[in-house]
Design a protein around this ligand. Sequence first.
Ligand SMILES: Cc1cc2nc3c(=O)[nH]c(=O)nc-3n(C[C@H](O)[C@H](O)[C@H](O)COP(=O)(O)O)c2cc1C
Length: 209
Amino acid sequence: METELISEDVACSETLNTIYERRAVRRYKDIPVDHEMITRILDAGRMAPSAINRQPWKFYILTGKETIKAFSKEIAKVTARSFVKTHSGGDILKTAIEFLHMLKEGDLFKRPDPIFHTAPVVIFIAAPRENEWAPLDIGMCAQNMMLAAKALGLDSCPVGLAKYVEQTKIFSRLQVPFSEQVHMAVILGYGDETPEVHKRIRDNAFFIE
Ligand SMILES: Cc1cc2nc3c(=O)[nH]c(=O)nc-3n(C[C@H](O)[C@H](O)[C@H](O)COP(=O)(O)O)c2cc1C
C-alpha cells in the first residue's frame, strides 16, 4: 500500500530536508559543474561507511560533453540485450514489467540522452570484484554523493544501467582495471526539471518485541 510521506515532521532539520528534497533528476541545464564542487561531492562519498572499512570505491569521472554522449550511446545499445539476459531464468512477466517501468522512468526512446540524461558530469563507481560487500558500500557512497550534491545546489540521478558500460566497445577508454567491476554511475548537474515525489510504501516496517 502506498501513502503520502509525513514531510512536515522533518522540516526542522537541514539534513532531513536534503534527504526529502533529493529526486532522481533526468533533465539538466547546459551548465558545467565546477571542479571544486565535484571534489566536495567525491569527498562526501568517501565518508560513507564501508564493510571492514575497506573503502572499496573507485571513481571514473566524465565531464566532456562529447565523451558523455558517446558512452551514453554505446550503453543504450547494449542495455536492452543485457537487461533481458541478466533477468532471464526468472519470472518473465516480472522482467517485462521491470523493463517497461525502466523505459517509462527514463523515457528511454524519447529523450536525447537515454542513459545520462544530458548531465554534464558522470561518475562511474567501481570496486574490486572479489569484495562481496562492495555493492552495499557503493550504494551508501552513492547516496552520500547525491545528498551532498543536493546540499550544494546540484541535482543527481543514480544510473544502474551504467554498469553495462563493461559490455560496450569503448569501455577501455575508462581505463578500469580488470580486477574492478563497475556497479553504477551517479550523474550530476543543475537540474532542469522538478520531478514529482514518488509516493513511498509505508507498510513495510515490522516491530518485533
Ligand atoms: C540502484 C538504482 C539504479 C537506478 N538506475 C537508474 C537508471 O539506470 N536510470 C534512471 O534514469 N534512473 C535510475 N534509478 C533511479 C530510480 O528510478 C529512482 O531513484 C526511483 O524512481 C525513485 O525516484 P526518486 O529517486 O526521485 O525518489 C536508479 C535508482 C537506484 C537506487
